[in-house]
Ligand binder design. Structure first.
Ligand code: CP
Length: 325
């Protein structure tokens, strides 16, 4: 593995290996060994053209816990706002000796361009591009599902190391969601059954060819007894109209009534089912406060697992097996 650009690039063996490596990283963190010397002398650049809380901070924490030097670059306040191109930004990072570039960009495909244009020798990690992909989010989501529904003592590469036989419902604004696309790719590679649930206007054209089922009826899917329900953020900022409702979107009240996860729907899920959300949440829109704060919600754990998963991918790309790619 030279770069991490898309969850679709991960085969079953590689995906399980990353999850197993993340499990090892999580063990070191729970033993209070906060820092490993693995990436001493390496430089990780966080190159964020779009806002982020969880992904940016957890990549920074992950790199620091592996003893890398970290440079945080935000497009706001940089020469990008003076019109500097992606190419010139990349050449600047190359001149500064970046070993890894973690990039979030509003344009789908920007990380692929950075990785393949020959501007950088660094490993490129996609931290979310447009509506396209968010592979480390999918990895931390699969890691979280595996921990909860398979147990923490999974033998590396052994029985229970993947998600075969589990059913995950992904609910909400699929149209604008790189999290949904990445999760469909990775969850199905790991053997899970996936059902997308959304209003017809928030299902992407072509989703019927994806390796999952599509439903317009959340209540039917809840009653089918999924093992995990992953709620998606309604991305009003990608719908135009200055963040207000558009023709994509039923009224907020109607959306919540038909597609929101509330205490009533939560109570109908199987006892073991977990509730997930990648964050940031629109409380009261796609998820009620009592669902978000219920003991079955693993939303804060998803954030914590993000550090272990990002430690694993940085380790594998920079210290582990780059030469084998
Ligand atoms: N889940 C996620 O990508 O969150 P941030 O936008 O805060 O990074």
């Amino acid at each position: 593995m030279r770069h991490l650009l898309s969850a679709a690039d991960l085969d079953h063996t590689t995906a399980v290996h990353i999850l197993d490596t993340a499990a090892e990283m999580a063990k070191t963190q729970s033993r209070e060994i906060k820092k490993l010397p693995t990436l001493r002398g390496r430089t990780v650049v966080n190159l964020f053209f779009e806002d982020s809380t969880r992904t940016r901070i957890s990549f920074e924490a992950a790199a620091k816990r592996l003893s890398a030097d970290v440079i945080n670059f935000s497009a706001k306040g940089s020469s990008v706002s003076k019109g500097e191109s992606l190419k010139d930004t990349a050449l600047t990072l190359q001149a500064m000796g970046a070993d890894a570039v973690v990039v979030r960009h509003q344009a789908s495909g920007a990380p692929h361009r950075l990785a393949n244009a020959g501007w950088l020798e660094a490993a490129v990690l996609n931290a979310g591009d447009g509506t396209h992909q968010h592979p480390t989010q999918a990895l931390l989501d699969s890691f979280t599902v595996r921990r909860h529904l398979r147990g923490t003592d999974v033998e590396p590469d052994g029985v229970g190391s993947d998600l075969a036989g589990l059913h995950v419902a992904i609910v909400g604004d699929v149209l604008h969601s790189r999290v949904a696309r990445s999760n469909v790719d990775l969850l199905t590679t790991l053997g899970a059954r996936v059902t997308l649930v959304a209003p017809p206007t928030l299902v992407p054209v072509g989703a019927e060819t994806w390796p999952c089922e599509v439903s317009y009826h959340l209540d039917e899917v809840v009653d089918a007894g999924p093992d995990a329900v992953m709620m998606l953020r309604v991305q009003r900022e990608r719908m135009g109209g200055g963040g207000g409702a558009t023709s994509f979107f039923p009224s907020p009240l109607e959306y919540t009534r038909q597609y929101g996860l509330d205490a009533r729907r939560l109570a109908r899920l199987p006892e073991h089912a977990i509730v997930m959300h990648p964050g940031p949440m629109n409380r009261g829109l796609e998820i009620s406060a009592d669902a978000a704060d219920s003991p079955r919600a693993v939303i804060v754990e998803q954030v914590a697992n993000g550090v272990a998963v990002r430690m694993a991918v940085l380790y594998l790309l920079l210290a582990g097996e780059r030469e084998k790619a």
